[in-house]
Ligand binder design. Structure first.
Ligand code: GCB
Length: 566
């Protein structure tokens, strides 16, 4: 899947901006246009824009509608619609005719448009279904025992819905390049760049361009290997990118990539044969007013803060992020653990998650399809160094192994990158962790257990990490640890929720992990405060951010900046 671009053979027209919008019935089919629409901004989540609780908390379907004009006098092209993400399930109509359906809110939809001769204006309707169930990712539960559908989610971020990412109308030549897959292999003084072009056109020229813009390799085959002598490697803080420029008879496309090697060996994560230690965060796509909307200026701010604090990595907790985040990470040399939207696989009760009636075979097929879409989208990003298969699933359940064995097998058939699973259950009862290359642990000692008591962190945390390591003998990343902190709340001696306590909390954890050499990374929870469903422990959202929701530092940010500078 190639990102829409404008070049000498292709045109990409942004459809971001104002759209018509309304809340619609569950059987809405877009045959007639919205009667009294209001306007909405794309990209954004609708939940954060309006003023009533009914609008914010709406469960059901919403419709985005826009009149789209196809430019005239461009011949022998195919027009397509590219929606960066549309959750949770979506239906796409053109003049009321269904042209596509999608399950999943965090990966792109790319459709060819049935354009008629001499007709230039079309009404595009994108109907989004906010509901989550056992056959979606994230997993949620629906109950219909009242007049209105009721949604239960068992995970900790708001179910924000909208056209969150860029929407493009774009065209490609009828005979065009469909995809380019690039893999690099590192040898002593050279690298092999293997590429495969998917096209219904004839390949004329393939050029490998180095970071200075010089052509350092050539071919004219659909599939091949180009050797690069003394390559400049993509690395932490070094977003060194090469390009593969492909020309076919009718089309041209340039894809960026980096030359780097990722491997897990013993208890180490190796990047270009050197051990790396991950410093950074679990993040969220979450901003004031635009919700899960992805906007360049705000993404740039996040990367500026990552750099300022000396982070070298982040996990896309708990779903794949907008493509631009990966482009920026490629350019800045930031490592990404790319997480599947497999969250909510835990009802925090005795009710079984992995079961014929709940998360079942059909759910597993949904997972596999979404992984295929993820890898198709992200395969050429050097910043992606690992995939995270799930967050805090009930891996102690009887049928969890069955579910995850097939998932791991499927993922391994599509990528050679290391795989991680993020765990909350203890080492002993875990039935799945042996399938992963790296184990992620989320721990909240001194918060959800032993609240406000940091004296127990040292022994308990050491114990938990060591027991996982002894049982599985795999490297471990502390993927979550943190304390809710109200910005501006200071107290001496510290109390929970104060900025002083947040520093003491992180410091106590760091003291333990700094001494354990099988711990290969620390990701503080969370990069920034974020929106969640309402709850007794949530004062307007999750406040474990090192930065506030509007991206200003709490005291701990300055502390971490010093600690991570080393
Ligand atoms: C977790 C979850 C994360 C939550 C966090 C918390 O274990 O993985 O999604 O936000 O705890 O703050 O409770």
């Amino acid at each position: 899947m190639l990102y829409p671009v404008t070049n000498q053979k292709r045109i990409a027209i942004s459809l971001n901006g104002l759209w018509n919008f309304d809340f619609v019935d569950l059987d809405y089919d877009a045959k007639v246009k919205l009667r009294k629409p209001r306007q909405i901004g794309v990209p954004s989540s609708f939940n954060e824009l309006f003023t009533t609780k009914e609008e914010r908390d709406f469960v059901g379907k919403v419709c985005y509608e826009k009149i789209v004009t196809i430019p005239q006098n461009i011949s022998n092209v195919m027009w397509r619609l590219r929606i960066g993400a549309a959750g949770n399930r979506s239906e796409i109509y053109m003049d009321g005719v269904l042209i596509g359906k999608h399950n999943g809110g965090f990966l792109p939809i790319d459709l060819s448009l049935p354009i008629q001769k001499d007709k230039h204006e079309y009404r595009v309707s994108i109907v989004l279904d906010t509901r989550l169930d056992y056959q979606t990712l994230p997993v949620g539960e629906m109950s219909d025992d009242g007049p209105n559908p009721k949604q239960t989610i068992h995970y900790d971020f708001s179910n924000l819905i909208g056209l969150h990412r860029n929407v493009y109308l774009y065209c490609v030549p009828d005979n065009h390049i469909k995809d380019i897959k690039i893999e690099t292999k590192l040898h002593d003084s050279y690298a092999k760049v293997q590429y495969a072009i998917e096209t219904n056109d004839e390949v004329k020229k393939v050029e490998l361009i180095d970071p200075h813009g010089d052509v350092v390799g050539r071919s004219s085959l659909m599939k091949g290997t180009i050797r690069v002598e003394n390559p400049s490697l993509w690395d932490i803080g070094k977003g060194i990118l090469y390009q593969l420029k492909v020309e076919t008879e009718h089309d041209v496309y340039t894809e960026s990539f980096g030359i780097r090697k990722v491997e897990v060996k013993g208890n180490k994560l190796l990047l270009n044969d050197k051990a790396v230690y991950l410093k950074g965060f679990g993040m969220h796509e979450d901003h004031v007013t635009i919700g899960k909307g992805s906007i360049s200026a705000l993404n740039i701010r996040d990367f500026a803060l990552l750099k300022w604090i000396h982070a070298n990595s982040f996990r896309t907790s708990h779903y794949p992020y907008a493509e631009e985040m990966y482009d920026l990470a490629d350019q800045m040399g930031i490592l990404i653990i790319n997480e599947m939207p497999a969250v909510g696989l835990n009802f925090w009760s005795s009710k079984q998650v992995f079961n014929e009636k709940t998360v079942n075979k059909e759910s597993r097929e949904v997972y596999k399809k979404q992984f295929d879409e993820l890898i198709e989208r992200d395969k050429n990003h050097p910043s992606v160094i690992m995939y995270s298969v799930a967050n805090e699933a009930n891996t102690h359940e009887e049928f969890a192994l069955d579910y995850f064995s097939e998932i791991f097998e499927h993922i391994r058939s599509k990528t050679k990158l290391p795989l991680m699973i993020v765990e909350w259950v203890g080492a002993e009862e875990n039935k799945v962790a042996h399938l992963a290359d790296v184990i992620g642990l989320n721990r909240y000692i001194g918060w959800y257990v032993d609240f406000a008591d940091l004296s127990v962190v040292e022994s308990k945390l050491k114990n938990e990490l060591t027991s996982y390591h002894q049982k599985y003998n795999k490297p471990i990343i502390l993927t979550e640890f943190g304390a809710d902190t109200v910005m501006g709340l200071h107290q001496l001696p510290s109390v929970a929720f104060s900025e002083e306590f947040q520093i003491e909390f992180i410091e106590a954890y760091k003291k333990v992990i700094d001494k354990l050499d099988f711990v290969i990374g620390e990701h503080v929870w969370n990069f920034a405060d974020f929106s969640t469903k309402q709850g007794l422990t949530r004062i307007n959202g999750n406040k474990k951010g090192v930065f506030s929701r509007d991206r200003q530092p709490k005291m701990v940010a300055h502390w971490l900046r010093k600690a991570w500078e080393k």
